[in-house]
Write a protein that binds this ligand. Structure first.
Ligand code: AHM
Ligand code: MG
Length: 323
């Protein structure tokens, strides 16, 4: 079996990017080990303060953020970082050529119930003519990403990675090495599975209401087939299922917070997941256009997300066009 570094070299990934990915993985292995020890290390439960998003942080949100921040800040390759748990970007090496955005622990409402969570990351070029590290340096559309991926802390610890040449999956072995276990994965174009938080139904806009109501009618409805539903409430787990067997995931705008485009964040959730999905032959949109084409205005900007099997995402777009 091929090790991560060996595979990336053979895939012609530049040496500095390999070094950065390995560094990021050293931090994620530390997060994985904390998660595995769980209650034995006293790391479950709430940190009892809020992040910049107004969400109550879990202890592990803070711990994972600190581990990744400390690890990356020691690298001469990293100009700066933007994290879900930090109000502003954090400077690292002023000559660094990469910017990294990350959600240190996505799906953190699942930590205490021992369900899969993950770290999502995106690697962007640091602007060549900029001095220092400012929030504005990160405001690049997702189509500028050099690499993106997530580490899924589940029954196995997996790295799912793209450097713009397809999507590959690596499994963490007991010896602390990631090994290639699935290569150039492709999302099936059609599906009978959808994922949405149904409890928000009454807050959705009409095209989403109509689309889901048509799916629920199964073989007797306009879509002519019976659909199955899943909702893990960890985006990493939902995207991983879709990369494995297809499906469609929606976290659309809703009227609970009408001024926000959605719940999920563009820079460290929407964009990296969209790059992975597109690299695996799927589609990812905000119901108006491809998410990777959205010009960000703010590092913590929200985005409406519809991603997965191409035929199904196309259908959601049609419901919006015809509305
Ligand atoms: P988080 O980054 O604070 O964990 O929030 C993101 C998570 C996603 O992983 C998941 O898709 C969604 O929030 C679940 O939302 P809900 O609690 O509405 O089901
Ligand atoms: Mg998160």
């Amino acid at each position: 079996m091929q090790r991560l570094t060996q595979f990336l070299k053979q895939d012609e990934t530049p040496a500095d990017l390999i070094e950065l990915i390995n560094l990021l993985m050293s931090a994620c292995k530390e997060v994985n080990s904390k998660l595995q020890n769980g209650a034995l290390e006293g790391i479950l439960g709430s940190a009892e303060h809020e992040n910049v998003q107004g969400e109550v942080q879990k202890k592990l949100d803070v711990i994972a953020n600190d581990i990744i921040k400390l690890t990356l800040s020691q690298s001469a390759l990293v100009r700066g970082m933007a994290s879900e748990e930090e109000e502003h970007s954090v400077a690292a090496d002023l000559d660094g050529k990469f910017l990294v955005t990350f959600d240190p622990l996505d799906g953190s409402s699942n930590i205490d119930v021992n369900v899969s969570v993950g770290t999502i990351f995106s690697i962007l070029p640091a602007p060549k003519d900029a001095t220092g590290c400012k929030d504005e340096d990160f405001l690049q559309p997702g189509n500028q990403q050099i690499a993106a991926g997530y580490v899924l802390y589940g029954p196995s610890c997996l790295l799912v990675l793209t450097t713009g040449n397809g999507v590959d999956v690596f499994t963490l072995g007991h010896n602390g090495e990631f090994y290639l276990t699935r290569e150039k994965i492709q999302i099936p174009e059609t599906t009978r599975e959808f994922a949405i938080n149904m409890s928000n139904q009454r807050f959705w806009d009409k095209p989403v209401q109509d689309y889901i109501s048509d799916l629920l009618q199964g073989e007797d409805g306009p879509r002519g087939k019976r659909y199955n539903m899943r909702w893990v409430a960890s985006m990493v787990a939902e995207v991983h299922r879709i990369l494995t067997r297809g499906g469609v995931f929606l976290y659309p705008w809703d009227s609970r917070e009408p001024k926000k485009p959605g719940k999920l964040r563009l820079m460290y959730e929407g964009n990296p997941m969209s790059m992975l999905v597109e690299q695996a032959g799927g589609r990812s949109v905000n119901t108006q256009k491809e998410i990777v084409d959205v010009e960000p205005q703010n590092i913590h900007e929200r985005v409406s997300v519809v991603l997965g099997s191409k035929e199904e995402v196309d259908a959601v777009m049609d419901y919006h066009k015809n509305a």
